[in-house]
Ligand binder design. Structure first.
Ligand SMILES: NC(=O)C1=CN([C@@H]2O[C@H](COP(=O)(O)OP(=O)(O)OC[C@H]3O[C@@H](n4cnc5c(N)ncnc54)[C@H](OP(=O)(O)O)[C@@H]3O)[C@@H](O)[C@H]2O)[C@H](O)CC1
Length: 228
């Protein structure tokens, strides 16, 4: 099924419109994004399948979605562990990290070690603002995601993939194909290279294709309305 997609530039300007004309705050959008991520994880990996969830968080808003998702997962009964190697100083991220620490959710510095004793991984490293080749300290993290046998749910984009063109031609990530992907706001063009379970917001695109088409149309109409 061909899905309508929006590129990185349009996704960023849609978010900017939501926060200006739409009067949403970043906290609200991130909370909804992280909640959707936690629900997608629950769908593909209920707690009975294993409660240990390793959440890899990058330095941008994609990482913020991961921090929010971890809090919700804790309240569903999972045992999340956070890998967050470049904690960002902006207030929103420090509050999200404090909320997790207040719940005694552990943070780890060693991703490859943590990946050996977890039941599922959430890849919230890079979203639609990723560009170029993966830089350190994330190169070895992407290599671990690529080689691990543990299932991975990627948030908005499989980290290391070009938002427009999909997997990189070489370097870390060229073989990375997460078991699940959740697209936020709308699918990005990279989804045409994706093979796996695909969620849109909180709903899976496979069995719920009618709903995803309607949802995509709503997003496009919304974009046109904001632009006029
Ligand atoms: N509407 C929604 O549903 C919402 C979705 N959200 C999520 O936000 C991301 C986009 O967030 P953004 O902060 O714009 O960017 P990213 O998180 O994708 O990444 C930015 C950081 O990544 C670094 N970066 C970029 N390229 C590389 C690279 N090649 N190697 C290493 N690091 C890289 C970048 O560093 P710079 O030094 O380049 O600035 C940034 O630190 C979207 O995808 C959703 O997941 C929001 O929650 C809002 C609501």
């Amino acid at each position: 099924m061909a899905l309508k997609t929006i590129g990185a530039k349009d996704a960023a300007s849609l978010d900017a419109d939501l926060m200006s004309v739409g009067a949403f705050s970043l906290d609200q959008l991130m909370e909804l994004a992280g909640l959707s991520v936690s629900q997608a994880l629950y769908r593909v990996h209920p707690p009975t399948a294993g409660k240990r969830i390793l959440v890899a968080c990058g330095p941008g808003n994609n990482g913020g979605d991961g921090l929010v998702a971890a809090r919700h997962l804790f309240h569903y009964g999972y045992s999340p562990t956070i890998f967050y190697p470049i904690p960002t100083n902006k207030e929103i991220y420090t509050r999200l990290a404090t909320q997790l620490k207040n719940l005694s959710i552990p943070f780890t510095d060693d991703f490859s070690h943590a990946a050996q004793s977890t039941d599922h991984i959430i890849d919230a490293i890079f979203g639609f603002s990723f560009s170029g080749e993966v830089r350190d300290p994330f190169r070895s993290v992407i290599a671990t995601l690529e080689s691990t046998k543990v299932p991975v749910l990627s948030v908005d984009a499989p980290s290391s993939w070009n938002i427009q063109d999909g997997p990189p031609g070489n370097g870390p990530g060229k073989e990375f194909m997460p078991q699940s992907l959740i697209s936020l706001t709308a699918p990005k063009p990279l989804v045409k290279h994706y093979r796996g379970t695909h969620f849109l917001g909180g709903g899976s695109c496979r069995p719920r294709w009618r709903r995803s088409i309607i949802w995509s149309i709503r997003v496009i109409l919304g974009m046109i309305r904001w632009l006029m």
